[in-house]
Design a binder for this molecule. Structure first.
Ligand code: SF4
Ligand code: SF4
Length: 376
């Protein structure tokens, strides 16, 4: 395992981190629980293989993740870094920072957290942190040994990163999305590193979309073999501005495969890294001719997430990621993040087409796209 300097925090963290958002689960009496027989040994195996950065959050795995992570690694607590997050919507008044932190510490059965993140913040949350002087609560908790470092995670527009880093002095690391299909945070990760922040990224294999072996690598390099998945992870780890790629691993097999890749990470040369990125941009141009993802067509009165369905199609058609998208589409229809509606629910109102700057025949395209997705 390779270890990298985590900004100015003084920590050296493994280039592969363990994201505890997809721990194996079982269902009992219509409720989900962590499958401890699988999850606990897997987390310990990750430690034995050299991973020293473990990330969780209060709501992951039906709010069971923090507890599983903390308990599984209790015996090696002083040799690892634990990370979790504060849901900022729970902060209403002075003292709430500490309250949320203490809840997480109790769940993780530990006295302190190494990296405590303001969870999924944006410009408005940055303002809220300053207005309520939450950093003074952070300092107090740090002095009392409840946390070591304060960090933030992020899903907003990339330009907000600068606003947050410059506007909230004292932040020590950033966690955001970054992968071959979504490089929008690349410049901001560079900025964060320049400012001395540690940089961890999530979704290095595109939230699973890039994980199955596909034709992408061949499309990019002209060479056969190698899983897209491996290319994707090596691409992220090959970026010198990134300290750690967090992967949400579900099985020991996946863990061991990722560790093998992490062992040779860095061998990708700067040239290779740039070439892969450029090739991907070229491929992406085809996508831009189609739907830009601008979302002007939304909201759809029938609850159809039009850009999302078009994005799925692009990943199948342009990047050759059919196997991965099959799962994402199934997941979409189960509706964990939206209404799960498809062309079958279209009420033919036509409002989307009036708003599309690309002048797409959305209804016709949607019918075609949904047929392709249904038949993956
Ligand atoms: S035409 Fe169909 S897809 Fe477009 S906004 Fe109306 S219901 Fe939604
Ligand atoms: S308005 Fe058109 S280009 Fe923009 S997301 Fe909707 S379909 Fe795509």
């Amino acid at each position: 395992m390779q270890y990298r300097k985590f900004g100015n925090t003084g920590a050296e963290i493994s280039v592969l981190g363990f994201g505890c958002m997809r721990l194996p689960e079982i269902r009992k009496d219509d409720k989900s629980y962590i499958d401890e027989d699988l999850a606990m040994p897997m987390l310990m195996r990750a430690y034995e293989l050299g991973i020293n950065y473990f990330d969780s959050a209060p709501y992951y795995c039906n709010s069971n993740s923090e507890s599983a992570m903390g308990r599984a690694l209790k015996s090696v607590r002083d040799k690892i870094y634990l990370s979790t997050k504060i849901p900022m919507e729970k902060y209403e008044k002075k003292g709430d920072f500490r309250k949320q932190l203490e809840n997480s510490l109790a769940k993780m059965e530990t006295d302190y957290v190494d990296f405590y993140h303001f969870w999924g913040i944006n410009k408005a949350t940055a303002d809220k942190i300053n207005k309520n002087d939450i950093m003074s609560e952070v300092r107090e908790c740090r002095e009392q040994g409840l946390l070591r470092h304060i960090s933030f995670s992020f899903h907003d527009a990339p330009e907000s990163v600068k606003y947050i880093i410059d506007g909230v002095p004292g932040l020590e690391s950033i966690l955001c999305q970054y992968n071959l299909l979504d490089r929008s945070n690349e410049a901001m990760l560079e900025y964060a590193k320049e400012k001395g922040l540690g940089t961890a990224v999530m979704g290095p294999v595109g939230g699973g979309r890039l994980s199955p072996p596909t034709g992408l690598y061949e499309k990019l390099t002209g060479k056969k073999s190698s899983a897209t998945y491996e290319v994707a992870l090596r691409f992220v780890m090959g970026n010198p501005n990134i300290s750690c790629a967090l992967s949400g691993m579900e099985t020991v097999e996946m863990l061991e495969k990722n560790v093998k890749i992490a062992d040779i990470a860095g061998e990708i040369t700067a040239e290779e890294w740039a070439r892969l990125g450029e090739a991907m941009e070229e491929v992406a141009k085809f996508r831009d001719l189609y739907c830009t993802g601008c979302k002007y067509c939304m909201p759809c009165p029938a609850g159809i997430d039009i850009p999302k369905l078009f994005e799925f199609y692009t990943h199948v058609n342009v990047y050759g990621l059919g196997e991965g998208i099959k799962g994402s589409y199934k997941w979409y229809k189960k509706n964990p993040w939206g209404e799960g509606k498809t062309f079958a629910h279209c009420v033919d109102c036509g409002s989307c087409e009036k708003k599309c700057p690309q002048k797409l025949s959305i209804r016709k395209e949607l019918e075609r796209v949904c047929e392709v997705l249904e038949n993956l």
